[in-house]
Design a protein around this ligand. Structure first.
Ligand code: UN1
Length: 454
């Protein structure tokens, strides 16, 4: 099957055309399984040292990688550079995190007995990654998988295959053969990977439908799955908020990189007392965001990934049942640009009230009280990240336990992550152990309970 990866800012620029799958799953899995055995027997300090070398190599090629990310997936160049820097930091982090305690001891039946629980690698991990963070997302899976002694089979999204090739080439060159294998192609290759008998665990980031399919297939084989899926993230604005700062942060969290982040703000839920003022500030902040070619240093909002994404975003705005305050139309350009759209919603229903649109589109909702705002925020099948804007300590402390979200942030945008803390959603947004930080150990290792008696 022939696959195309196009520059979304200039679709006549074909970044890559390939016939996929380009490699067979079974032989790659066999090489990975063999490499995993030797790697698991390599001291943790040596595995960590290899990851430091990977970080240095990535850092040296950072400019080239960032330019390719911008060309292939339309990410604003400043964000693309930030993403590569984040990936470098992730490899450095796991290079030392691997030396953290790898288990616990317990009192045994006699003082001389050793009763302990200790972590061991799981074996071969399948990594299925999306196109929107084509370097950081695979890296926050590959780095802990390798650090904790596993081999990786990496299946990138078709739209980001050129970036995946460059990333894999840089990383694999610093590692023993077979430890990181790239498998290019569509969802059929992902499914073949999960079905492959030598695959011991699968980690996935992408859509809800894709994640559910992977989880079901993994459950049928009896292997663990970790799935990070869609979000429909709320930002709540309460009367005590710094409205100027809130409007700025929310505008960028909703529209930056054309809203193509699972952490983007999709619903802006505003207390009645400050609704009108926040709405006006938000419209001004959204209209001030520069929608230009992503290779331009000033770019904040680039194009959508393809024409279909843009037409379904416009259709969602039209079918929303709300009134459009700004944006929503296609720009007069070959690239897949959409003017960032802010839509006032009379109630939380319709495509903007319920679904992840994955575009520079957000709905504005009015709340009668702080409690009502939290009720609206929780009334969603998803639970990835929620933000609350307030300068009142009591309101913040009440909101924190009430919001059923994997990440809850006060006076900070929904988008943007810290790589050294647990990441993952509640409800339909996440399945399985959390990613990133030390939490990643739970997925990439299995615990064995050990008893040694004299
Ligand atoms: C970020 O907000 O910086 O696919 C990262 C996504 C998330 C990553 C968000 N997994 O958008």
């Amino acid at each position: 099957m022939s696959h195309l990866s196009l520059n979304p800012a200039r679709p006549s620029d074909v970044v890559l055309e390939f016939d996929g799958p380009t490699a067979a799953v079974a032989p790659a899995a066999a090489r990975a399984a063999q490499a995993a055995r030797a790697w698991a027997a390599t001291p943790a300090a040596a595995r960590g040292a290899a990851l430091s070398v990977v970080a240095d190599a990535l850092e040296q090629r950072a400019g080239e990688l960032a330019a390719l990310v911008t060309r292939e997936v339309g990410k604003p160049i400043v964000e693309a550079r930030g993403e590569i820097a984040r990936a470098v930091a992730i490899y450095r982090y796991y290079a030392t995190a691997v030396l953290a305690p790898d288990g616990e001891t317990y009192p045994g039946a006699s003082p001389s007995a050793i009763l302990a629980a200790r972590r061991y690698p799981v074996g071969v991990c399948a990594v299925i990654a999306p196109w929107n963070f084509p370097v950081a997302t695979p890296s926050w899976k590959i780095a802990p998988a390798l650090a904790y002694g596993n081999a990786v089979l990496f299946k990138p999204a078709v739209e980001a295959t050129a970036t995946a090739r460059l990333l894999s080439e840089i990383v694999a060159a610093q590692l023993p053969d077979g430890l990181l294998e790239l498998l290019e192609g569509g969802a059929d290759v992902g499914a073949a990977l999960v079905a492959e008998e030598r695959v011991d665990a699968v980690t996935f980031t992408g859509s809800l439908a894709g994640g559910r399919a992977v989880a079901q297939q993994a459950a049928a084989r009896g292997i663990p799955a970790q799935c990070e899926m869609s979000g429909h993230n709320p930002s709540i604005v309460l009367p005590s908020a710094d409205l100027a700062a809130a409007a700025q942060k929310i505008a960028y969290a909703a529209m930056g990189y054309a809203g193509q982040k699972c952490t983007a703000t999709s619903r802006i839920i505003v207390h009645d007392d400050v609704y009108d003022e926040l709405r006006d500030r938000l419209v001004a902040a959204v209209e001030a965001l520069t929608v230009v070619d992503p290779s331009d240093e000033r770019c904040l909002v680039g194009p959508l990934i393809d024409a279909a994404a843009r037409s379904s975003a416009s259709a969602a705005v039209e079918a929303s049942g709300g009134s459009v305050l700004t944006g929503g139309g296609a720009l007069d350009d070959d690239g897949f640009y959409l003017a960032p759209a802010l839509v006032e919603l009379p109630q939380q229903s319709g495509p903007l009230g319920r679904d992840e649109v994955f575009a520079p589109v957000a709905g504005l909702l009015r709340a009668r009280s702080a409690e009502h705002a939290i009720e609206l925020a929780n009334d969603s099948p998803f639970g990835l990240v929620a933000s609350v804007f307030t300068r009142e300590l009591g309101s913040a402390l009440e909101a924190l336990p009430a919001l059923r979200y994997g990440l809850v942030r006060v006076n900070a945008p929904t988008s943007g992550l810290d790589y050294h803390v647990p990441f993952g959603g509640s409800k339909a947004s996440g399945l399985g152990p959390k990613e990133q930080g030390l939490a990643a150990r739970d997925f990439y290792t299995e615990t064995r309970t050990l008893l040694v008696e004299a």
